[in-house]
Design a protein around this ligand. Structure first.
Ligand code: PLP
Length: 432
């Protein structure tokens, strides 16, 4: 049969992407990860075609006998992993989780005090993003550049003055935990709620290598489910407050979604069980690798930030690359050599510098999932040096990167696909 050209083109583009990103690159984007083959198999199911508006057992459509069961299972598994009483798994992204919680805690015109943008606040926390779209006022906490964190004393004073409806914590450049206890005390004293967005560190929390904000005094937490937590792209809300849970789960549908992308649910269940079994070992290796990579880059001559604080307590490190041609150029050179990072604002950059900021942000969680250890990151640091300091040709370095990547193609911290499923009548292999 002869296929239309556009169809072949679509398949070819997809195949190129798959091969490049899964077999040839070293991916160091701090907000990405991959699912296990079993979770991917569980993701690619008929559920992607169905609707289930409403909550389990209270749907507006028929046909949801099994989607109800899987949604309830995900809620139970995540409650157990996070040691909380309520989990809302329907947000289709971290941003939708934030929109739902912000809109329930505040109305247009209300004030929110947010973690400073310099401390890595996500765009959805700001007047430029979801908070702004909801008409909620954005008032930023002061930042302590020396400590790469919120300035607690000044933030407490600001909260006392402003008396906001809620305060947000959490970040996309998250080297050290935000001071949840201190901020929650100040917020609660003026009747404000605390939302802690743990999108980047959910996997570290379930792996017990990062504080769970709900246990530290936050009223509600929001997250993505695909960063250090290696599940399908999506969002989640968790809390111990019945009142917040009820409000949120009554409004997410119909305010912020109708269909909640049901095929996420079986993949979430598989990932949750993987994290229950392997999460601590995985989180532990992530933290070791981040430190080792920071040290190795430093030894190779890079300006890795926050050295006096031990570089990082998370999966993320940041490097000042102003003397190497700034963030945009450096990130592009790395991409040409099959190493994927993103350019990132550093605390002293004005917001306008976003297109060509001072730094790059690096996350080790995906390559850790593919089995890299401390010594492997030393090799990666050498590729950085050859390319960015010695000025070697990106093509030459890129070939070495491809060769190196061949040692890390299998997802670790996961169960293999059970034999009996290999006979499944529905076969949907990833296009290769
Ligand atoms: C990634 C991120 C989000 C947004 O998540 P999406 O799932 O991409 O919508 C929200 N908050 C923080 C802190 C993030 O880093």
């Amino acid at each position: 049969m002869s296929y239309p050209e556009e169809l072949l083109k679509a398949l070819e583009i997809t195949k190129k992407h798959n091969i490049w990103r899964r077999f040839e690159c070293i991916n160091l984007i701090a907000s990405e990860n991959v699912m296990s083959p079993l979770a991917e198999a569980a993701y690619f199911t008929d559920m992607m075609h169905r609707y289930a508006e409403g909550k389990p057992r209270k749907r507006y459509y028929q046909g949801n006998i099994y989607t109800d069961e899987i949604e309830l299972l995900v809620m139970d598994l995540m409650k157990k992993l996070l040691q909380v009483e309520y989990v809302e798994p329907r947000p289709i992204s971290g941003t939708i989780a934030n929109a739902t919680v912000f809109r329930n805690l505040g109305s247009p015109g209300d004030k929110a005090v947010i973690a400073p943008v310099q401390a890595g606040a996500h765009v959805s926390h700001t007047k430029f993003g979801t908070l702004g779209a909801l008409g909620i006022q954005h008032i930023e906490m002061p930042y302590d550049q020396e400590n790469w964190n919120i300035d607690v004393d000044k933030a407490v004073k600001l909260i006392e003055e402003v008396k906001p409806k809620f305060v947000t914590l959490g970040a996309s450049v998250y080297l050290f935990p935000h001071p949840t206890k201190e901020i929650a005390e100040a917020a609660h004293a003026v009747g404000a709620k605390v939302v802690h967005d743990v999108a980047h560190v959910l996997g570290l929390i379930v792996g017990k290598r990062w504080p769970n904000p709900i246990h530290e005094g936050a009223d509600v937490a929001t997250s993505s489910t695909h960063k250090t937590f290696p599940g399908p792209q999506g969002g989640i809300i968790f809390t111990n407050s019945k009142e917040i849970y009820k409000a949120v789960s009554k409004t997410i549908f119909p305010w912020f979604l109708s269909n909640h992308h049901l095929h996420r649910l079986p993949a979430m269940a598989v990932t949750a069980v993987e994290m229950e079994h392997f999460g601590e070992a995985y989180a532990d290796q992530i933290i070791r690798n981040a430190k080792a990579f920071a040290e190795a880059l430093m030894e190779e001559g890079f300006k890795v930030q926050a050295e006096h604080l031990g570089f990082t307590k998370s999966h993320t490190i940041v490097v000042d690359v102003r003397d190497l041609g700034r963030g945009a150029k450096v990130a592009k050179l790395l991409e040409d050599a099959n190493i994927i990072v993103n350019k990132n604002l550093l605390p002293w950059d004005p917001p306008e510098a976003v297109k060509d900021p001072s730094g790059i942000r690096i996350g080790v969680q995906e390559m850790t999932r593919f089995g890299m250890k401390e010594s492997d990151f030393k090799e990666v640091a050498k590729f950085f040096r050859e390319l960015l300091i010695e000025g070697k040709d990106p093509k030459t370095v890129g070939e070495k990167v491809k060769e190196f990547r061949k040692n890390f193609l299998e997802v670790k911290y996961a169960f293999p696909i059970p034999k009996e499923f290999e006979k499944s009548p529905i076969k949907v292999p990833m296009l290769l």
